[in-house]
Design a protein around this ligand. Structure first.
Ligand SMILES: *Cc1c(COP(=O)(O)O)cnc(C)c1O
Length: 401
């Protein structure tokens, strides 16, 4: 029997990183503000801003740090209400709590996207800011979200941690809201071990975030600036607390040469996803929801819903797939899953009930599908999932009805 593919290992880091890392090992130049200019972190910010099409970028220690600094940069009052989708990673409500704001959850539909029929009325409940989390790269209806928020002058932060390379109506995800945040943690499209970056066209927001990220004294002058940004730095000099969430040069040296790899990874990831999705959709028990029309995806995993399975069937399906070597996580059924909102017990006022999101999480499955996998490995995964469903449900049909 063929061996199940390893879906956890990352791709090798491009060779171009080695010379730069060697140079740093030789001279110990690891701190972004030691060199007077053009530190690796600064060059990463320049290259990423150019790649994504944003005026400014700030590299930090994680996407969680970028989300936190985004909220702080918006200068929201204490206890400001921040609307977030109920299907996201625990880092998102955590960043809101950390910024002394209150997370307000909205429903997410069976297609893993924000349920606009719930979002639109909720936005009128005294919401001060919105974080749209493009969870696993699934893009919500950005046209309707931006129209609703712009009409009320509510700032939108895009959590594009796991959406790098996705586009909406031809625009890069992360460039549509006031601020976009991305992750370089190892399970994301670009692997820096840890790391994050925030982008914006607004000089005041970026100046505030740069200083709070730890640009003490006049270290902001070592960022790539322009007259607008310099004026903004002058306005916030000595006015803001420092949280020290800087990126170090080693991380930047590992991340920077991967920017050129993004288009290939996106192409391969999308082809892999669509190949597996077509096979899963041929099973009566598995369903991969359609993307929205204006979205072009950049997936490195696949999510699908179980059709007609009760909770026992669902558990039996996950066991049958695991026995064949393919790990399927049902978001709502694995213990302490950080993407199940009822496990965010740190939320002020307790966890709310969101029945539609809960129902989705109880039958939504998650399987990693890294861009580097080949056809045979993809067929192994797809075949295993289809067979596991047939094993559980096929017999139930013969004997159970
Ligand atoms: C990974 C992830 C984060 C957190 O990113 P870190 O860099 O690990 O802090 C936030 N939101 C989503 C949707 C993610 O997938």
């Amino acid at each position: 029997m063929a061996l199940a593919p390893n879906v956890y290992d990352a791709e090798p880091i491009p060779d171009a990183a080695r010379a730069e890392i060697d140079r740093m090992l030789g001279n110990g130049d690891l701190f972004r503000y030691t060199a007077p200019q053009d530190a690796p972190v600064t060059l990463l910010e320049r290259d990423f801003a150019d790649f994504i099409g944003a005026r400014y970028a700030l590299a930090v220690s994680s996407c969680s740090a970028a989300l936190f600094l985004s909220l702080k940069a918006l200068d929201l009052p204490r206890d400001a209400r921040v609307l977030i989708p109920a299907f996201t990673f625990a880092a998102v409500p955590s960043s809101v709590v950390h910024a002394d704001c209150v997370p307000v959850l909205c429903e997410v539909g069976e297609n893993y996207r924000i349920d606009m029929d719930d979002f639109e009325p909720r936005i009128d409940t005294g919401i001060d800011a919105v974080i749209v989390s493009h969870m696993r790269g699934h893009t919500s209806d950005m046209d309707r979200i931006m129209a609703a928020c712009d009409a009320r002058n509510i700032p939108v932060i895009e959590d594009a941690a796991h959406s790098l390379g996705t586009t909406w109506g031809g625009r890069n995800i992360g460039t549509i809201g006031r601020i976009g945040c991305f992750s370089f943690q190892s399970y994301k499209l670009v692997n820096g071990g840890e790391g994050g970056i925030m982008i914006s066209n607004d000089p005041d927001l970026i100046a505030r975030a740069v200083i709070m990220s730890g640009a003490y004294e006049h270290n902001w002058a070592k960022h790539l600036t322009d007259p607008d940004l310099e004026a903004a730095f002058a306005r916030c000099q000595n006015q803001l607390p420092l949280y020290n969430m800087r990126m170090n040069n080693l991380s930047a040296a590992i991340i920077r040469p991967q920017i050129a790899e993004i288009p290939r990874r996106v192409r391969q990831g999308r082809a892999n996803h669509d190949h597996v999705a077509a096979r899963l959709n041929a099973s009566p028990w598995l369903e991969v929801p359609q993307k929205l029309e204006r979205e072009e995806r950049a997936p490195d995993s696949i999510q699908f819903n179980l059709v007609g399975m009760d909770e026992d069937d669902t558990r039996a399906f996950a066991r049958a797939a695991a026995a064949r070597g393919v790990n399927v996580q049902v978001f709502g059924q694995s213990t302490d899953n950080a993407r199940a909102f009822w496990n965010w017990q740190f939320l002020p006022g307790g966890t709310p009930e969101l029945p539609r999101t809960r129902a989705m999480l109880m039958r939504a499955c998650d399987t990693r599908l890294p861009a580097r996998l080949g056809r045979e490995e993809l067929d192994f995964i797809a075949g295993t999932l289809v067979d596991a469903a047939a094993e559980v449900m096929g017999e139930a049909r013969v004997y159970g009805t």
